[in-house]
Write a protein of this length. Structure first.
Length: 116
């Protein structure tokens, strides 16, 4: 049974930090490209960060570059998103996605709210 479970969201003040985690099971994590997407209220879901199966290549949306870091631990079947210098416009539901050869699995999302 495939499971993709995000955690780590919450309420944080502008300028603060959060680390999101996504733990997966039911498939071979180390062979999947992993991504973090986000969806703000009234907006389309957008890609925030992506990391290749080995972790050797990472890409980021321009809006988060320099502030967010995606990394993975294949031994723990977990991908992380370290978010620093958070801004109110980072408020969204953050989703984890696993993808390989046209097959993708999504988590249920975790809410991040940046507000004073």
């Amino acid at each position: 049974q495939v499971q993709v479970v995000e955690s780590g969201g919450g309420l944080v003040q502008p300028g603060g930090s959060l680390r999101l985690s996504c733990v997966v099971s039911g498939f071979t994590f180390s062979t999947y490209v992993m991504s973090w997407y986000r969806q703000a209220p009234g907006k389309e879901r957008e890609l925030a960060a992506v990391i290749t199966s080995s972790g050797g290549i990472r890409n980021y949306a321009e809006s988060v570059k320099g502030r967010f870091t995606i990394y993975r631990d294949n031994a723990k079947n977990t991908v992380y998103l370290q978010m620093n210098s958070l801004k109110p416009e980072d408020t969204a539901v953050y989703y984890c996605k696993a993808a390989r050869n046209g097959v993708s699995y999504w988590g249920q999302g975790t809410q991040v709210t940046v507000s004073s």
